[in-house]
Write a protein that binds this ligand. Structure first.
Ligand code: NOJ
Ligand code: CA
Length: 540
């Protein structure tokens, strides 16, 4: 690495927790922080050593907490600041890290800063949000704004939903004819920027291990090349390097080449800018809709049994970003998240195994979205807290066969969201007992990753067999003398290939596999794969 990087990130495996739906400790029907603490041993047993917790701060919950009303206070429904501190220390006792979610680009309209900003009378917060100077005139696209709600003579710029006003990080090229567009070095803009670091310091000093930054690229307006937004994050990273060298800065940017150069240690490659995730698991056509589209209608993602996907569609974008960033930070392709259709949607457990074999052996930092490790399904539900189609990926965690699947003792109609009603819904307890379960495979893969330097975040990634519209996809992971070969066939079609395998020698062992057979003779490898199969091999 060319920059100081927290050592723990090299072998980190994150577990993403949507706190509303993880574990309800006090029977009010909604997940909470003591509930997360109760389940730390489970997360540890999975082999995850870090947590990303979705926003847990005071909020009217119009967007599941991404509409923050107080960055310094844990929302009542989740517990208290003391509970969050206890979560940090309980996690640390188990060698685990906890990263919080920082919504840097906007707040809730209920935030006292915004309420002050909406006043006619000038005050400290007047410029903390972006307001035009005329209540009738809306700004030009791509800015969008809301008019007519407050007495202040202006419309306010939103960052996402109408109740999420954009904080003022300034304009990269303020229009001299629009004096309401403040430059990036305006004193009020600088105050907003200082406040962001203050929030991070506050929680880092309490024991947090870093932040996942929501919509990290959205801050400076009119910043078409992201130069000014990157400058801001580079300043933040300098403070991290100096004062919090062990803390992680994680972007929701989806353009690693920019995010990592902006100073982030990790960037997710999901949907907005680089459709890496969707080329693998769900086609682009779904990306704007956040809806439950049958796999067959999603276009042709690689992890689709029909075999019409194309690994090159993924690899070309992925490598374009991996090359220039691998000495600076890490790319993450998560199993899913609270915004995406569940990985299990339209897939069998066998197909999920193949997906996990792939995701857990990629470079960068893996993220397991809670419940994906047991194949929790996407449920068709009406919208809750701004979820719309995303709601189906946010149902309560299924722990066991007890009441409400062990999520909560509340009456079923009081639950945050209904439990998957299927009789055969997967549970942690059920899969723990079955040595052949998806859960136990995920455990095996996580343990393997953590103990194998070549599989760690920075091990080399070398495609060996990657042909347009063909299977399997075969790649090497190597570091120093350690060498892994991974073969992935998500389709229903069997495949037979041979390739040069000088790097493998004649002696190798099969570490984990399903329906795949590798043989090597005189440095030539022959791989026979059934439909829906994978193999992970290690040089001896
Ligand atoms: C991305 C978050 O992941 C999503 O859940 C949220 O609705 C938007 N950002 C707005 O903050
Ligand atoms: Ca609760």
């Amino acid at each position: 690495m060319q920059r100081p990087t927290p050592a723990w990130l090299f072998t980190a495996i994150f577990y993403e927790i949507y706190p509303q739906s993880f574990r309800d400790s006090n029977g009010d029907g909604i997940g909470d922080l003591p509930g997360v603490i109760e389940k730390l041993d489970y997360i540890e047993s999975l082999g995850c050593n870090a947590i990303w917790l979705n926003p847990c701060f005071e909020s009217p919950f119009g967007d599941a907490g991404y509409d923050v009303a107080d960055f310094y206070k844990v929302a009542k429904r989740y517990g208290t600041n003391a509970d969050l501190k206890r979560l940090f220390s309980e996690a640390h006792k188990r060698g685990m890290k906890v990263c919080l979610d920082l919504v840097a680009g906007h707040t809730s309209t209920a935030h006292p800063w915004f309420q002050a900003s909406a006043q006619v009378k000038k005050n400290k917060y007047t410029n903390w949000y972006i307001w035009t100077d005329n209540g009738w005139r809306e700004p030009k696209a791509p800015l969008s704004s809301i008019k007519g709600v407050y007495d202040r003579n202006g419309t306010y710029i939103t960052n996402f939903f109408a109740f999420q006003p954009a904080l003022n990080f300034g304009f990269a090229h303020p229009d001299p004819n629009q004096p309401w567009q403040l430059p990036v070095d305006h004193p009020d803009v600088k105050a907003v920027r200082r406040e962001m670091m203050k929030i991070m310091k506050f929680w880092l000093d309490q024991g947090a291990d870093g932040f996942r930054v929501d919509m990290a690229s959205s801050l400076v307006k009119g910043d078409t090349d992201y130069k000014e937004t990157m400058k801001f994050w580079q300043e933040i990273r300098a403070i991290y390097d100096r004062d919090y060298p062990d803390a992680a800065l994680i972007a929701e940017w989806s353009f690693p080449n920019l995010a990592i150069n902006a100073g982030f240690h990790i960037d997710f490659m999901i949907h907005f800018n680089t459709p890496a995730y969707t080329t693998l698991f769900r086609h682009e056509t779904e990306r704007d809709a956040f809806r439950m589209t049958p796999l067959e209608e999603c276009g042709h993602s690689f992890f689709d049994k029909a075999g019409k996907g194309d690994i090159k569609a993924f690899l070309d974008i992925y490598q374009e970003h991996l090359g220039p960033t691998k000495e600076l930070g890490f790319i993450s392709i998560p199993t899913g998240n609270h915004d995406l259709t569940r990985l299990a949607h339209g897939r069998t457990i066998a197909e999920l195994e193949v997906a996990f074999a792939f995701l857990m052996t990629l470079p960068g930092v893996p993220y397991i979205y809670m419940g994906d490790e047991i194949g929790m399904r996407h449920i068709d539900l009406p919208s809750k807290e701004g979820g719309f189609g995303r709601t189906g990926a946010r149902t309560p965690m299924q722990w066991d066969s007890g009441r409400n699947a062990g999520f909560s003792i509340a009456p079923a109609n009081k639950l945050y969201l209904p439990i998957d009603p299927a009789k055969d819904r997967p549970t942690v307890a059920g899969q723990s007992r079955d040595p052949k379960s998806l859960l136990n495979l995920v455990r095996k893969l996580a343990a393997l990753r953590v103990k194998s330097p070549a599989l760690a975040a920075h091990g080399e990634f070398i495609p060996v067999y990657a042909k347009a519209k063909k299977v399997p996809f075969v790649y090497r992971r190597s570091l120093n003398s350690e060498e892994y070969l991974i073969a992935i066939n998500p389709t229903k079609y069997a495949a037979k290939i041979s390739f040069d395998a000088t790097y493998l020698g004649d002696k190798f062992e099969t570490v984990v596999c399903r329906g795949a057979k590798l043989s090597v003779k005189k440095e030539k490898a022959r791989l026979e794969m059934k439909g829906v199969s994978y193999g992970i091999y290690r040089k001896r």
